[in-house]
Unconditional design. Structure first.
Length: 109
């Protein structure tokens, strides 16, 4: 996780008021990642970030995630809410590759 000059996590303590806020925070955190990453932000009841947890780091073009690992991290952080993030490495998107059939068939919410 990226740290500030005092060694504190950049995103812990920040309030997220919209999906756009969540996306901005996660993109800033993950934009230089060379592989796919599945991560969660754990939030309080007032949507303040209390933890960031990288659930899975994949290969160049895939990552495996088990729901047990997602919820385990959320429960251990005493999170009231979570934000899920599946980051696809920028170089994959820049090449313009079509997503695999497994990704295209997943429901989008």
């Amino acid at each position: 996780m990226k740290k500030d000059g005092d060694g504190q996590a950049v995103i812990v303590g920040r309030s997220l008021t919209s999906p756009r806020d969540s996306a901005a925070v996660l993109l800033a955190l993950l934009q230089d990642e060379p592989t796919e990453v599945f991560a969660i932000l754990c939030l309080t009841t007032k949507y303040r970030v209390i933890a960031y947890h990288e659930v899975s780091r994949g290969t160049l073009d895939s990552t495996l995630v088990h729901p047990r690992e997602v919820f385990k991290a959320a429960l251990l952080a005493n999170a009231a809410a979570i934000v899920l993030c599946h980051y696809v490495a920028r170089h994959i998107m820049d090449v313009g590759l079509n997503p695999p059939a497994a990704d295209r068939s997943r429901p989008r919410y």
